[in-house]
Design a protein around this ligand. Structure first.
Ligand SMILES: Cc1ncc(COP(=O)(O)O)c(C=O)c1O
Length: 381
């Protein structure tokens, strides 16, 4: 039995061209990019090229890209780095109740350091209320951090509109675009974004790598000290081979973005159609919102997440109950709790299926049939 991977929002398989690129770099380009000799210069070229391509992908400039160890570090750097650097201008931060823990736990840390944080609600479709945002803004607000696409539901947030709201306000706009990048077109200038997080392993690149876009007018304190790398914003010898692999993954994600969008949209519709044909009762969390095609979060009434996931796994279907960081735990999803209420059964009977490179039409349909059989067997209504 070949397992079927439907957990691309947790991580994605590394693209063969990325593996090829990284292997070549590891074998032939071991120099330290900070060295002035030819070995160093050769490694430096790899970084420069990757930075150029990363910047172009979001309409930024090279100086505005800071390579990090991934989405978590980029979110930490965005929040802590700007909070400390701008505390003279105010001590208020706004974020939402549905952010990834990389943002929520960082905001909680900042609360302990004396900052005030407002956690905005979302409606039942998982979208942040812009009037609530406007009301929450004060002359003390220095940062608004709202994700572009939610990692549990795939729901898209109105970032460009938020950019307009903040245009005349001192607060920076940070968006975690980890689940949006490669699916939604992103233009940081048009959308008036000051800081933006991307992670490599969600787009078929290597793990442990990402970047933070830091607009040229943003003041930010580094969280690490000890070197000049990344213009002192993230010192430490760069992970050259992984950065080369990330560059390749970005090139593929950019050049095939529309094709991928359409393909994953098809996968999601085949998956849902098969569940309907198999007469399973289900509802989609965030059904009425704009969502990315890669993620669908489905509530199966009368079931429970733990036994569903265990049985899916036994039948060879890999899915998850929400963010990978909380997978394995049966605590109600904080995202679904914010959309409904903590007592709503959907917070403990919903599964996230996420589509990508490891899928094709056949394995998506086969997975849906297995899911349907298990759901029918386990439903106790
Ligand atoms: C929305 C979002 N932000 C941040 C992260 C963390 O990224 P990384 O795994 O690269 O640290 C994830 C990973 O699940 C995510 O989905």
């Amino acid at each position: 039995m070949e397992a079927i991977y439907l957990d691309h929002a947790a991580t994605t398989p590394v693209h063969p061209e990325v593996i090829h690129e990284m292997t070549e770099q590891l074998q032939e380009n071991f120099g330290n990019p900070s060295s002035i000799h030819s070995y160093g210069r050769k490694a430096r070229q790899v970084l420069d090229q990757a930075r150029r391509i990363a910047a172009k992908s979001i309409n930024a400039t090279e100086k505005e890209i800071v390579f990090t160890s991934g989405g978590t570090e980029a979110d930490n750097l965005a929040l802590i780095g700007t909070a400390y650097a701008n505390k003279e201008n105010g001590n208020h931060i706004i974020t939402t109740k549905i952010e990834h823990h990389a943002t929520i736990h960082t905001a909680e840390y900042l609360e302990k350091q004396g900052f005030n944080v407002t956690y905005l609600d979302v409606d039942k479709n998982g979208v942040v209320d812009l009037d609530e945002l406007k009301q929450a803004l004060t002359d003390q607000t220095i940062l608004v951090s709202i994700m572009m696409v939610n990692n549990e539901t795939g729901v898209i947030q109105p970032i460009a509109e938020i950019g307009k709201i903040l245009a005349d306000h001192q607060a920076y706009l940070h968006t975690d675009a980890v689940q949006a990048y490669g699916m939604n077109p992103i233009d940081v200038k048009d959308m008036q974004i000051d800081l933006l997080t991307v992670s490599s392993h969600k787009i078929n690149g290597p793990k442990g790598l990402g970047f933070l876009y830091v607009g040229k007018d943003v003041t930010l304190h580094a969280l690490q000290h000890g070197g000049e790398q990344e213009r002192k914003r993230r010192p430490g010898t760069e992970n050259v081979a992984s950065i080369a692999g990330f560059r390749k993954a970005i090139e593929i994600a950019q050049s095939k973005r529309e094709e991928h969008f359409k393909t994953y949209e098809d996968y999601q519709s085949h998956f849902l159609k098969t569940l309907e044909e198999e007469a399973v009762s289900f509802s989609i969390n965030g059904a009425e919102s704009d969502r990315v095609p890669t993620i669908v979060n489905i509530s199966f009434p009368g079931t429970n997440v733990e036994s569903l996931l265990m049985n899916f796994d036994l039948s060879g279907v890999a899915a998850s109950s929400g963010s990978a960081c909380t997978a394995g735990s049966v605590e109600p999803s904080h995202v679904l709790s914010a959309m409904h209420s903590e007592e709503n059964p959907c917070t403990t009977n919903s599964i996230r299926f996420s589509f990508g490179y490891a899928n094709n039409k056949d394995n998506v349909i086969e997975a849906a049939k297995k899911v349907a059989a298990i759901v029918k067997r386990l439903t106790t209504l």
